[in-house]
Ligand binder design. Structure first.
Ligand code: ADE
Length: 421
């Protein structure tokens, strides 16, 4: 596992890597004030002292700030990535030297074996708390690492895909410890999934391709919170946006948001760019790939790399077009695939904007503290609404906005049967 450990780099290269990693972490830290406030409170309470936390999150600057915050609060933390292409190498390397309570094993472009090696390394610490993005740590503990079950108090899950997996486990009676549902907090999915994915997907596609968005026919597959954000930001940049969605309610919503809605196959024939964000597999399937026009760009923003049929694309002649872009010759036409079909916003971009991850990771920190200090049943646990609201209030305050509050009379009115006259 030399690659994972940066063993092939010389002293100067490592020094450069460390320097730019430190810069990125420091920049992120300055823009994460809510996490800082909660981190200081957790530290003062000593509630995480010597709690062992294994984290599998996209290992980039904002995640580094979360890991450091927990380590500084007294937890012993092991951080690894939740995707082979999402690690920011300078950050991963710099974090190794950042705090005695924090250990890191992650690198961009690792193999499947290296990926699982790193997840298992994180679990070797015998964690009390898991912080997962996508559910891989939890799955490992319930399958190949069952010996760890007794020690695990529970965990937190970051993303929609992970919550779907956890709910399936819970339904089958297989979930053996409580998992805090970070994704469904208002202060997470309304901002991270929508505006975060919206902006970071643009960042990933524009960084990978350097093309003009304005005037392009863009198809967004999936109109959940992420798809809504991507469609909104694409439209804002001047693209002609259409939506493919299987849920009729979401499809009606897309129509009312002003988008054309049609079957993916029909939209795909004329698309310049197709972005998937459905959370489901086999979305851009072989029948769709066969119909794409020359020069179509395919990108995925869903958690797993199974939304675009990359295996089918790989049956065609393939060459590197530029960094992050492969060109396939599909039945005489060129089809471009970004980031190997992995989440384009992290594999080719910088992930969600920092102020948005401030909210998501404030929830992660608060969730980890709850799991470490309170008793919950082995189930998917809903994050307390009062804490969600507190994070909103802190965010408003750190952004410099003041809002009104209800008078006692108004509060009473809102909980009474009183008529409006
Ligand atoms: N940065 C860290 N975690 C992330 C996530 N889940 N999505 C986008 N950017 C991130």
């Amino acid at each position: 596992m030399n690659y994972l450990n940066f063993d092939e780099l010389d002293e100067n290269e490592l020094a450069d890597l460390k320097r730019s990693g430190i810069d990125r972490i420091n920049w992120a830290r300055v823009h994460m004030p809510v996490l800082k406030i909660l981190g200081n409170e957790i530290k003062a309470s000593n509630s995480l002292k010597d709690i062992k936390i294994a984290m599998a999150l996209h290992t980039e600057a904002k995640t580094g700030v979360l890991a450091l915050t927990l380590a500084e609060a007294g937890a012993k933390v092991r951080l690894t990535s939740c995707n082979p292409l999402s690690t920011d190498d300078p950050v991963a390397y710099a974090l190794k030297f950042s705090h005695p309570n924090l250990e890191v094993m992650a690198r961009h472009g690792i193999s499947r074996d290296e990926y699982y090696h790193a997840l298992n390394w994180a679990l070797d610490m015998e964690p009390h708390v898991l912080i997962d993005d996508g559910g891989d740590l939890v799955k490992l503990v319930h399958t190949e690492r069952k010996e760890l079950l007794d020690n695990v108090r529970g965990g937190c899950e970051e993303t929609t895909t992970g919550i779907i997996r956890l709910k399936a486990m819970a339904e089958e009676g297989e979930l053996k410890f409580p998992m805090m549902n970070v994704n469904d907090c208002a202060m997470k999915h309304l901002f991270d999934n929508r505006y975060g994915t919206g902006q970071s997907t643009m960042d990933g596609i524009m960084n990978a391709t350097n093309i003009t968005i304005a005037g392009k026919k863009v198809v967004v597959a999936g109109y959940g919170w992420c798809g809504r954000g991507i469609a909104m930001r694409m439209k804002g940049m001047g693209a002609m946006v259409s939506i493919a969605e299987v849920d009729p309610i979401k499809a009606v919503e897309a129509v009312h948001d002003g988008f054309a809605v049609q079957k993916l196959l029909d939209l795909a024939k004329d698309a310049d760019i197709i972005v998937t964000s459905t959370g489901c597999r086999g979305v851009v399937s072989r029948d769709i790939i066969d119909e794409l026009k020359d020069g179509c760009i395919l990108a995925n923003s869903g958690h797993f790399d199974n939304e675009i049929d990359v295996a089918y694309l790989d049956t065609f002649e393939k060459e590197r077009a530029r960094e992050h872009v492969h060109s396939y010759r599909v039945k005489g036409k060129r089809v471009y695939l970004l980031s190997e079909g992995r989440l384009v916003n992290l594999a080719s971009g910088q992930g969600h904007p920092v102020e948005i991850m401030d909210m998501s990771f404030a929830i992660q920190a608060a969730g980890a503290e709850l799991i470490a200090t309170r008793e919950f049943l082995p189930a998917v646990v809903e994050f307390p609404r009062s804490l969600d609201e507190r994070i909103a209030s802190l965010k408003l305050a750190t952004m410099g906005f003041e809002v009104d509050s209800l008078s006692d009379e108004q509060k009473e009115y809102l909980t009474s049967w009183e008529e409006g006259t």
